[in-house]
Design a protein around this ligand. Sequence first.
Ligand SMILES: C[S@@+](CC[C@H](N)C(=O)[O-])C[C@H]1O[C@@H](n2cnc3c(N)ncnc32)[C@H](O)[C@@H]1O
Length: 280
Amino acid sequence: MLTSEQFDRTRKLALRLAGIELFDRHRELLAARSRRLRLPHAAGIEGLLSAAEEGDPLASRQLIGLVTTNFTGFFRHPGHFDAAADHAIAAAQRRGQARLWSAAAATGEEPYSMAMALIEGFRRDDPPASVLATDIDADALAAAARGEYGERALKALGAGRRERFFGEPVAERRCIRPAVRRLVEFRALNLTEVIWPVEGPFDVIFCRNVVMYLEACRRYAVFERLASLLASDGLLILDPTEHLGKAGHLFTPGADGLYSRRRLSCPPRSATRECSVLRQ
Ligand SMILES: C[S@@+](CC[C@H](N)C(=O)[O-])C[C@H]1O[C@@H](n2cnc3c(N)ncnc32)[C@H](O)[C@@H]1O
């Protein structure tokens, strides 16, 4: 069990390192996760917190792994992948190449689903399109880059896609085929950092189930930057239950979490100044 003092320190670190806001209801979840983590520090959670507070990179990475939720799946909201592929085909017809981005790629199921949808949509193994996959969690990204999945994750795919896009099972795990893997590039990116190692424009951006974990005052800045990296005719995709909040004026809503970029007649305002962390 985390003591109140340890939970408070975890909370501060989550906000500082990832912009993630933790509430009292997360306490038990964090305690359970910290028990599952193989902590490198002999002093367990206490050692991890102290090392992360001192800026130790390994401890910071583990702390991020502790406070992030990597729940994901193949073809979550299947209509999103059809819409993305259709949009990519139209973009490639206009510009020769389509660029897609999964901005919270977790363990890779989302960007690989995008790549599979591109192969299916373009009806070729080498579609004129690419997928950038980013996440703050280095361990999740490493798992994504390995591209190996167990039967439970693969269940969400029909037998046709399992056979077409994955190799034969080895020890009940299947590896993503090179044709899918080579469409996806993985890169670490913290959405609440000042520097984003990406260049636009993107034709489609998936930013599903991540902004809701961020401190409320940081969400506007994330959407504002996503808007600036989206092609003028680009598509932003959120989970259908998510909202743009104060950034609603930057996009025009479509159905089921699809948004297109709205042309602005005046410069957008920035809400980041209200953030507690930025005041520290
Ligand atoms: C619930 S998963 C969403 C996965 C996928 N987008 C989906 O909807 O299935 C949330 C992901 O957001 C990532 N994340 C959390 N805070 C982040 C931040 N500040 N910058 C980038 N990624 C972040 C987590 O590491 C995690 O992998």
